[in-house]
Design a protein around this ligand. Structure first.
Ligand SMILES: [Mn+2]
Length: 312
């Protein structure tokens, strides 16, 4: 039997990277939904490390219009990166619960430093999050951190935890994209960033994605998965910051999560943009927990539990 995996949960209740308030409550809400107990099984030990401290929005200034809350986001990213670095350096895995997606600037930076750059990223998101301070339309940093970890955009964001970009541009895959800004489309094309969009999925099925993931596995030993729940259609995941009307179905996202869990050495993941106030019958929370289990190569589903309980 494979050795028992230890996954440390780090709650990062930060919503400063986004406009849509409410995602800061996600770590608490997911704990209330039983994420710790539900992920635990004979192969996986979960340790909850609690939450990082984030300054409240009303107590700080937004600062520059094209880089809102830059200083606090950089500070939180430094703390996050240090924490993730120490967990991965001690051979444990990380489940980082946001917050908005800007938390991944710190998580990916910390993981990359711990693994000396031998890290690929599978980025599940309907958006690109690949704007810079020059191209942003909103000034929200949760739309910029992918560019930052690749070494583009504002210096303070790029140089979090260690100087320079953290992920080689050929080592990231943007999966499930359906809502890129024009500037993002141009950037992705110019820099040859690998994408597997909803259009690719409809045109060619899932196989090309599995091939890109296999190719990434040949180039890097370790994978970080960044799961923005808004990649999923709102029918299955209504409880997100920005609900998606053209997203992945349950069948598709669960197959992707399962494929990653079976085939990649996942060292950690982000679970971001959960908004409990928009959730319906906790289905987004339950799905988030199920996908997390699958991405770490394990399993949990309310349906399986129901079957076991009722001995069906
Ligand atoms: Mn995102």
């Amino acid at each position: 039997m494979a050795s028992k995996k230890k996954i440390l949960i780090i709650g990062i209740p930060m919503d400063l990277g986004a406009e849509n308030l409410g995602v800061d409550a996600a770590p608490k809400a997911l704990r209330t939904r039983g994420i710790v107990k539900k992920l635990q099984n004979p192969q996986i030990e979960i340790k909850d490390e609690g939450n990082l401290k984030i300054s409240a929005r009303e107590k700080i200034k937004a600062g520059k219009k094209n880089l809102k809350y830059l200083d606090e986001i950089v500070r939180v990213s430094e703390v996050t990166a240090k924490k993730v670095d120490s967990v991965i350096s001690s051979k444990n895995k990380v489940l980082a619960i946001g917050g908005d997606h800007a938390i991944s600037l710190g998580t990916i930076s910390g993981a990359s430093v711990a693994l000396k750059g031998d890290l690929g990223v599978i980025y599940l998101d309907t958006h690109g999050d690949i704007n810079t301070d020059k191209s942003t339309l909103s000034g929200n940093i949760h739309g910029m951190h992918v560019a930052s970890v690749l070494g583009y955009g504002n210096e303070k964001l790029i140089n979090v935890y260690k100087k320079g970009g953290k992920i080689k541009k050929e080592n990231i895959i943007l999966v499930g994209g359906n809502d890129f800004d024009n500037a993002e489309e141009i950037f992705i094309k110019k820099e040859k960033i690998k994408t597997f969009t909803i259009m690719d999925l409809l045109a060619n099925g899932m196989n090309p994605l599995f091939k890109i993931i296999n190719d990434l596995n040949k180039k890097v030993k370790n994978i970080w998965v960044s799961l923005d729940l808004d990649v999923i259609d709102y029918v299955y995941a209504p409880g997100v910051g920005i609900p998606n009307t053209g997203g992945l179905t349950y069948r598709e996202i669960s197959a992707i999560a399962k494929y990653i869990g079976k085939n990649c050495n996942v060292v950690g993941m982000d679970l971001v943009e959960y908004n409990s106030t928009k959730d319906i019958d906790n289905k987004t929370a339950e799905l988030a927990i199920e996908l997390t289990a699958k991405i770490f190569g394990s399993d949990y589903s309310p349906y399986t539990q129901y079957m076991e309980k009722n001995k069906i």
